[in-house]
Structure formats: C-alpha cells, structure tokens
Design a protein around this ligand. Sequence first.
Ligand code: HEC
Length: 155
Amino acid sequence: MAEREYDVELEKSTNEWMKWGFLIMLIMVAIFPVYRIYEPSARADARDVQAASLVEQGSAIYSLNCASCHGAMGEGGVGPALNSKQFLTSAVDDQINGLIAVGVPGSQMSAYSLDFGGPLTSEQIEAITAFLRNWEEEAPDFPGWRDPLGLLEGN
Ligand code: HEC
C-alpha cells in the first residue's frame, strides 16, 4: 500500500516536470524567430561600431603622418588633395593601401609600410584608407586635385 502511494507521488511529480519541460520548449520555439530577427541587426550594429573605430584610428594616424603634405582635411598641399571626388572615385581601397605602403618613388611620397622601410603596419595603413574613404560621400569636385598649390602649372 505504501509502495503504491509512492508510485502515485512519483508519477505526479514526473508529470509536473514534463509539463514544465514542454512549456519551456514552447517558449524556446516562440523566441527563436524573434532571435532570428534581432540577431543580424545586432551584428550589423557591431560592424558599424567596428568601422567607426577604424576610421577614428585612421584619423589619428593620418594627422601625425600625412596631414603636413595632404592637408588636415585632405584638401592637399605639397601632396595631392586626397578628399577630392576625383581621387576617391578613381582608386579602390586596395590601390590606396598599396600607394601608401609603397609610396611614389622619386617623389616626396615615401613608403609607409614596415615592409618597405616605413613606420606603419598594414592594419594602420588600412585604417588610414578607411579614414580617407569616409570623406567620399561629401568629397568636393576638384579637377586640379593632383596639384592643389598649382606648383606644376606651366611646367
Ligand atoms: C612629405 C610630404 C608627404 C607626406 C608626409 C605624405 N605624402 Fe602622400 N604624396 C605626396 C606627394 C608629393 C604625392 C604625389 C606623388 C606623385 O605622384 O608625384 C603624394 C601622393 C600620395 C597618394 C597618391 C595620390 C595619387 O596620385 O593617386 C596617396 C594616396 C598619398 N600620397 C597618401 C598619403 C598618406 C596616406 C600619407 C600618410 C601616411 C602621405 N601620403 C604622406 C607627399 C606626401
């Protein structure tokens, strides 16, 4: 008799657990689509934050290494205007990275990559390029971008 009572108790508590298990499963099934909706946008937000921090890093490196010749805002000086529509639309990121890395032999534009005796890592160069690219949306039209000071005019 005592044993039977025990069985009934056990069955009751087992049923109770199964009820909860089933409920939890239903909740998870219900939550999953919500997760699917929000997760990609969380990832996109993380990407935006990452891109913004790359641009910020690039800005600091640019100020120290490039602004003296290319202007604080890329408006140009001794070096070409890098904020011009003409420059930014004519070169893809890899080309810009390469130019900064290798420099322009025979000009004041020296090589900046550690691989070519310069001071910067490839990550730092990519950050600069991200910073330059950041100007593209509002880049001014500047056909004379290669010679912003007019130094070559009449040569
Ligand atoms: C001492 C001056 C000087 C400094 C510093 C300098 N540049 Fe230059 N840069 C030049 C000159 C001059 C040219 C043009 C070279 C040529 O084509 O004769 C040039 C060319 C370039 C070009 C190629 C533009 C084209 O013709 O397509 C890029 C890109 C560039 N520089 C980026 C940079 C970046 C980024 C930095 C900093 C890491 C930097 N430069 C530092 C003087 C400089």
